[in-house]
Write a protein that binds this ligand. Structure first.
Ligand code: HEM
Length: 536
């Protein structure tokens, strides 16, 4: 940016980057003026008052006054790292080209740079990383065909299936608008009126709701996407990240409380330090594949993000692995300003009709235009690492014109015969799903809200069920009886033992509270143990 020569005081051409006496480390302002006094503002005499023409001071303080951008409305607390994705060139044992023409997957050994941001969801940017919350797992692939963002979570399912409910859900989970305190009653009020959340709540209140850190956890795209091959034929896919070198490790509430007592940032610290010491975390990307139809033989809809796809029926097929091997150099520029979105796909990848996915896809770039700014895609962390030439111009913070070398500077529109940009060539047959249905407001037909919640409950190990029961009891204790009853009704429909144990756990917490042992972690653990002893 500073390249070029100019005429200096001495009249001769020389490197204009430095004024006389300046070196690489001389302090300047943003206009390039060397700062000779950075300790004292200009005042009338040594005791003031100050004057308004303190340009350096006013620039310095007004930039400082604007250092924060709005935090993400969800997933505000996060940590990031750079790395690469390496393709296996096949999906399971089959050539990947059978299902998708996406170039990043085709060749075994092909590497694509990635940037990953992990996060917690509900609380603000400096909240503890030990909270019970899903963890975000967002990956930006800088592919030769442009960027692909796979914006996932650690858990494989979600609370709701209709995007219209998302703002209400987030309001209920965030602190009370009057007291600014977290209140489980508000959360369970929403959940007790949203039976589809029972499965996710079963994961969230078990140890799976507090992963040990960002490395020792899985990731999942959650929503159903499509893969499209060269003939324009599509299949439904779900994406999953499975840790390779690291284990999967979750915390009990007591372990989380202990960590939180001394460290609010243990997960950020763990990721940063592992990468600094060369212990690079790795995940394998697996897909589950279904044919692109409604699958009436299943007792759930493949487009329902509150459901798991059965492992046996739809096996996890590895397609590549990801290694994270470089920490960000600047947290704000790379992690805070990073912008991921579910609309950011490349050729060979497509949306499914999953309503939640379609609702998300509007939300991400909308919020990023507000949170980061109109030109957020010009920032190095968000820009693709390939040729970009658009006819977009101007807007706040535009700092370059992405004009192609061969493009006339006068032609910022298309089509044109005067030297403008031209459309790319089609790379394969378009996938063109056909629709013939009424426009309606309806739920999916196969809601089946409880069956998989029961299966998940039964799949847990004993200690995980104990934790689940104790955590639910401790939180439901803080809710009104109507909410408690509705939640117990849901758990019972999922699994009779599940409902009974939470009811018994709740009764014990009530007893303890009545006798003065209010829901401390020890009391909660005590309730879990008592419950377990009573239910061998
Ligand atoms: C972040 C909306 C569901 C994963 C965000 C943000 C919004 C949003 C507005 C902030 C983005 C930003 O400021 O850059 C929604 C809506 C949803 C939804 C409207 C449903 C209708 C989900 C689901 C998942 C998910 C199901 C998991 C698969 C994430 C992640 C981030 C995020 C990982 C953080 C990305 C980052 O690290 O910058 N979401 N979300 N969201 N969301 Fe969602």
């Amino acid at each position: 940016l500073n390249a070029g020569t100019s005429v200096t005081q001495s009249g001769g051409p020389q490197d204009q980057r430095f004024s006389e006496g300046e070196t690489e480390i001389t302090l300047t302002d943003r206009q390039g003026h060397p700062i000779q006094d950075n300790q004292n503002i200009r005042t009338v005499g040594s005791r003031g008052p100050s004057t308004l023409e303190n340009y350096h001071y006013i620039e310095k303080i007004s930039h400082f006054d604007r250092e924060r951008i709005p935090e993400r409305v969800v997933h505000a607390r996060g940590a990031g790292a750079h790395g690469y994705f390496e393709a296996y060139g096949k999906v399971g044992e089959e050539p990947v080209s059978k299902y998708t023409r996406a170039k990043l997957f085709q060749q075994a050994g092909k590497q694509t740079p990635v940037f990953v941001r992990f996060s917690t969801v509900v609380h603000s940017a400096h909240s503890p990383e030990t909270l019970r919350d899903p963890r975000g797992f967002a990956v930006k692939f800088y592919t030769e065909d442009g960027n692909w963002d796979l914006v996932g979570n650690n858990l494989k399912i979600f609370f709701i299936r209709d995007p219209l409910k998302f703002p209400d859900m987030v309001h209920a989970f965030k602190p009370d608008p009057v007291t600014n305190l977290s209140n489980p009653e508000r959360m369970f009020d929403f959940v007790s009126n949203s039976p589809e959340a029972t499965h996710m709540i079963t994961f969230l209140f078990s140890p799976w709701g507090i992963p040990a850190n960002y490395r020792e956890m899985q990731g999942s795209g959650v929503n159903t996407y499509k893969w499209v091959n060269a003939e324009g034929k599509a299949v439904l896919v779900k994406y999953h990240w499975e840790p390779i070198k690291q284990k999967i490790r979750n915390l009990t509430q007591k372990e989380a409380d202990t960590i939180q007592g001394t460290n609010y940032s243990h997960a950020t610290q763990d990721l940063y330090e592992a990468i600094e010491r060369g212990d690079y975390p790795e995940w394998e990307l697996c897909v589950q594949i279904m044919s692109d139809d409604e699958h009436p033989e299943l007792d759930y809809d493949p487009l329902d993000p509150t459901k798991l796809w059965d492992h046996q029926q739809f096996p996890f097929l590895p397609v590549g692995k990801m290694v994270l091997n470089k920490n960000p150099e600047n947290y704000f520029a790379e992690v805070e300003q990073a912008a991921f979105g579910t609309g950011v796909l490349v050729d060979g990848l497509d949306f499914s009709d999953d309503k939640l996915l379609q609702g998300r896809t509007f939300s991400y770039s909308d919020t990023q235009r507000y949170r980061v700014g109109t030109n957020y895609l010009q920032l190095p962390i968000n820009a693709p690492k390939k040729h970009v030439a658009t006819n977009q111009r101007d807007g706040q913070m535009a700092f370059f014109v992405d004009r192609a070398p061969g493009q006339s500077p006068h032609v910022n529109y298309e089509p044109s015969s005067l030297g403008g940009l031209q459309e790319a060539q089609r790379s394969g047959k378009e996938h063109e799903p056909a629709y013939n249905a009424r426009l309606v407001r309806q739920k999916l037909e196969r809601t089946n809200d409880f069956k998989q919640a029961g299966e998940t409950y039964r799949s847990f190990e004993d200690w995980e069920r104990d934790e689940l029961v104790a955590n639910l009891a401790a939180n439901l204790h803080l809710c009104k009886p109507g909410i408690q009853e509705q939640m117990l009704h849901y758990f019972t429909q999922a699994d009779a033992e599940y409902g009974r144990r939470v009811a018994e756990g709740l009764a014990k917490v009530k007893e303890q509270a009545a006798s003065g042992h209010m829901g401390t972690p020890e009391a909660r653990q005590g309730a879990a143990k008592a419950d377990r002893l009573g239910n061998p």
